[in-house]
Write a protein that binds this ligand. Structure first.
Ligand code: CUA
Length: 333
């Protein structure tokens, strides 16, 4: 028992690193916020301990008098008491000033990124997935993808947030704070990642049945790697060479194209995510399942079992057709 209690403090450290933690910052903005959080924790922690210390001290001193039930009233007129009260007030006001100043400075540093030239990204929240569009710096065209946000390290990205239905909240704790995603309005947030790696974004505003499965993968990569990724995403889908995949493309065109787009094919649906390069993504169904042909086939056959309430209807396909669609989607690199 005692040994397991000794392990308790370790539990508190468990959230200090990871793919979805504001305590493991990978961007300038998250770094500032983590600094502010650390400062506030220290200041509040010290005050908490001071209050407990003085409480214990006064109880200990009053022990005898309480025993004799002769507790004297506090005499604020005593010079020593007045001095202590004054000191305590100065300490509290001082600590509050430190917190307010730090908060103001962090706010200024977050706003400062607004003046920079930034990569433009449009993010639209849908029940329950994310539409992502990148402005191609060269051509000015918008390049669409979904559920996997790529960001270049060392460059500021301006993320404009809109909603197609209800209120959502865009949150990648390793990169920045939360920002509400509100229908009929565009909010924007600037992020300047400085460390490469994978993170997890999550909708942070309850938005219906599958709110918890409204996640997305975030990859911070080097500038050249990002440029190569964006150029690949800009390309239309290649025509499948494999016979199975080619058959899958036909099935897809008749069964899925009303909702999903695959650029370069006749599929141009706008209801669900753009699937032009779905095979480059790490997961499907907004972070619900890791990407694999099996997961795709399961998702197509039983979406309501995997994500109850999702707008994706079950698509009844013959086993051979389901296999072909899986092969086709897997070829969309
Ligand atoms: Cu979208 Cu919660």
């Amino acid at each position: 028992m005692r040994r397991s209690l000794a392990l308790l403090p370790l539990l508190c450290l468990a959230a200090c690193a990871g793919a979805q933690s504001s305590l493991d910052p990978a961007a300038e903005q998250a770094q500032s916020l983590a600094g502010l959080l650390t400062l506030a924790t220290w200041v509040c922690g010290i005050f908490y301990l001071l209050v407990l210390f003085f409480l214990a001290l006064s109880l200990w001193r009053a022990r005898d008098r309480i025993a004799k039930s002769a507790m004297p009233a506090i005499e604020p007129s005593e010079p020593a008491t007045r001095r202590a009260l004054f000191l305590w007030s100065v300490l509290i006001v001082g600590a509050l000033c430190v917190l307010v100043t730090a908060s103001f400075l962090v706010d200024r540093s977050l706003a400062e990124a607004r003046a920079r030239d930034a990569l433009q990204v449009r993010v639209t929240g849908h029940q329950w997935w994310w539409r992502l569009e990148y402005r191609d710096p060269a051509s000015g065209a918008w390049i669409e993808t979904a559920n996997e946000l790529h960001l270049p390290a060392g460059r500021t990205a301006r993320i404009e947030l809109g909603s197609a239905d209800v209120i959502h909240s865009f949150w990648v704790p390793n990169v920045a704070g939360k920002m509400d995603v509100i229908p009929g309005r565009i909010n924007s947030i600037d992020v300047t990642p400085h460390r490469e790696g994978w993170h997890r974004g999550q909708c942070a505003e309850f938005c219906g049945l599958q709110h918890a499965h409204m996640a997305f993968d975030v990859k911070v990569e080097s500038g050249p790697a990002f440029d190569a990724w964006l150029a690949a995403q800009a390309r239309v889908a290649s025509v499948p060479i494999d016979a199975g995949a080619a058959r899958g493309a036909q099935v897809f065109a008749s069964s899925c194209a009303a909702c999903h787009a695959v650029r370069g094919s006749a599929a141009a649906g706008r209801v669900g995510p753009d699937l032009t390069h779905i095979a480059t993504r790490r997961s499907i169904a907004a972070g619900t399942l890791p990407f694999s042909r099996g997961a795709l086939q399961g998702w197509i056959a039983q979406p309501q079992a995997l994500k109850p309430g999702t707008m994706m209807p079950a698509v009844p396909l013959e086993p051979a057709d389901a296999d072909a669609v899986g092969r086709y989607l897997e070829s969309l690199r």
